[in-house]
Design a protein around this ligand. Structure first.
Ligand code: ATP
Ligand code: MG
Length: 260
């Protein structure tokens, strides 16, 4: 697919496959087009002034790139958007209820989905009557994931679920993603945290300014020098030893920006 926002070309001929039942990760620096890719699948590009300019998207043998966003949810694809956007003034329970709106499931299926979400995130059951805006950042991320799960998706689109979370909370979210996948939901995961994403995923793609720069099995990418240097913050020790000391020679934090 290719995607543009007016004159801005955000994705160029990107091709990607999520085999049934797997976790696939998309890595890449800021502005690489990761969120754009997820928006193209969930059909929410138009809310951001964007559009698919060429290409097509298929899910379980059906073409979905002509559907309205609610039909995409009904087809079995739910997205957790970037920045854990919950409805801050609504209660936790109402946020979860909102997630089931697009689903075509029966009342019993929705009750099952709610039970499953409460099992994954007990805190959401405890805080059901509280306003969502009062939850901590990590709890809001759980709510955002829980809300997406209420539609019982077979493919979950996750946009940087660990962003801004303390390591312990990020690890909890990672465990939950593993659990969601083990229960049969495929996952397309966009992450700033390449180390976390490559541990969860079986395959990964690296986007660079709107194009696929690298792709392959996650363990191979995790071992590749290019990925280690650019995205995992592993420095070349010889080069580091040769570098001049003093200002400007501070160690680089293992962030996405490293090496860009
Ligand atoms: N609504 C928009 N209007 C115009 N350009 C946009 C819009 N959203 C994104 N872009 C541009 O499209 C490109 C891809 O952006 P995108 O948000 O998909 O990147 P990203 O990989 O998710 O980055 P980040 O890691 O910072 O979230 C960037 O050049 C960005 O400036
Ligand atoms: Mg993004």
């Amino acid at each position: 697919m290719s995607v543009g926002y007016g004159p801005v070309r955000a994705l160029r001929r990107v091709s990607l496959d999520v085999p049934d039942g797997t976790v696939v990760a998309v890595l890449g620096g800021n502005g690489a087009g990761k969120s754009t890719l997820l928006r193209a699948v969930s059909r929410t590009l138009s809310f951001q002034g964007g559009a698919l300019t060429s290409g097509d998207i298929h899910f379980e043998g059906t073409r979905v790139d002509g559907l309205a966003p609610d039909r995409v949810v009904a087809a079995g694809i739910s997205q957790v958007p970037e920045g854990r956007r919950v409805f801050a003034r609504m209660t936790v329970a109402d946020n979860l209820r909102a997630g089931a709106l697009g689903s075509t499931g029966t009342r019993a299926a929705k009750a099952d989905a709610l039970r499953r979400v409460h099992e994954l995130f007990p805190v959401l059951a405890e805080r059901g009557t509280q306003r969502a805006g009062l939850l901590s950042g990590g709890e809001q991320q759980m709510l955002a994931v829980g809300r997406a799960l209420m539609a019982s998706p077979r493919l979950l689109l996750l946009d940087e679920p660990s962003l801004g979370l303390a390591p312990l909370m990020a690890a909890r979210i990672a465990d939950t993603i593993r659990e969601i996948n083990a229960q049969g939901t495929s996952v397309l995961l966009v992450e700033q945290n390449a180390a976390l994403a490559l541990r969860l995923a079986s395959r990964a793609y690296v986007l660079d300014v709107g194009e696929v720069a690298l792709s392959g099995p996650a363990d191979e990418l995790a071992a590749s020098d290019e990925v280690r240097r650019r995205y995992l913050g592993v420095v070349d020790e010889d080069a580091a030893a040769d570098a001049p000391r003093g200002l400007g020679a501070l160690p680089t934090l293992p962030r996405w920006e490293a090496g860009r």
